[in-house]
Ligand binder design. Structure first.
Ligand code: HEC
Length: 192
């Protein structure tokens, strides 16, 4: 019993020293800008995970459920007392209420051109998500901002049906399970 405790103590000490050395090496080798990006990277991932979870809950627990009682999610919902916002409008409305960073939805073949990626780096990130479907989140520095994208998948058939039939849609070949675009978060990098 006594021996075991000693072992644990020695183990803890070695762990502590290793952590100190690790911190020292990290502190020496990571410039301040990159260290800030590490923090922004974490923030971007937390925000994306949260937005995605709320959006999924909206689709599964609200949109799909109220359908049974004849309430539809549709673009012109505001004019119809028996309608609720589209999933994309739900995210965009919440995003419009945020002032310290940006939340949005982008796509390579969007219904509206205003939902196209804003920079080449965003286009590249979307292309990468589309090419490697194992990826679900990507984060990257992009000029004065640090960004994250989270794959937006056609989780229910109605995503596909609506986009394929929307008069504005440039792409009419979506299938259930396809990547339709991404939730994007844009955080400002601290000015040096
Ligand atoms: C009833 C129609 C409809 C349904 C259902 C629908 N969408 Fe959309 N979606 C739209 C419209 C319209 C926009 C553009 C909204 C805007 O920017 O104001 C849009 C925007 C988007 C965008 C941003 C890029 C673009 O195409 O403009 C993504 C990504 C997206 N939807 C994915 C989905 C996913 C995933 C689902 C299912 C969970 C879904 N949509 C369900 C109509 C629909």
């Amino acid at each position: 019993m006594h021996r075991r405790q000693t072992k644990v103590k020695v183990g803890a000490k070695i762990g502590f020293i290793a952590a100190l050395v690790g911190t020292a090496i990290l502190g020496l080798s990571v410039p301040a800008g990159q260290a800030q990006d590490v923090t922004l990277d974490m923030a971007a991932r937390y925000i994306l995970e949260t937005v995605k979870a709320f959006r999924t809950a909206y689709v599964i627990n609200i949109v799909e459920r109220v359908k049974e009682s004849g309430v539809q999610s549709k673009e012109e919902w505001i004019k119809d007392a028996h309608a609720i916002p589209l999933p994309a409008q739900f995210v965009k409305a919440a995003g419009a209420d945020i002032s310290s960073f940006e939340i949005g939805l982008i796509g390579l073949t969007p219904v509206y051109k205003s939902n196209l990626p804003k920079t080449q780096a965003e286009t590249d990130a979307l292309t990468q998500l589309a090419t490697d479907r194992q990826l679900s989140v990507l984060t990257f520095a992009d000029g004065k901002q640090f960004k994250g994208v989270s794959a937006d998948i056609a989780i229910v058939q109605s995503c596909v049906d609506c986009h394929n039939n929307h008069p504005n849609s440039p792409w009419r070949n979506f299938k259930k399970g396809d990547l339709m675009g991404a939730i994007v978060v844009r955080l400002n990098r601290p000015v040096k």
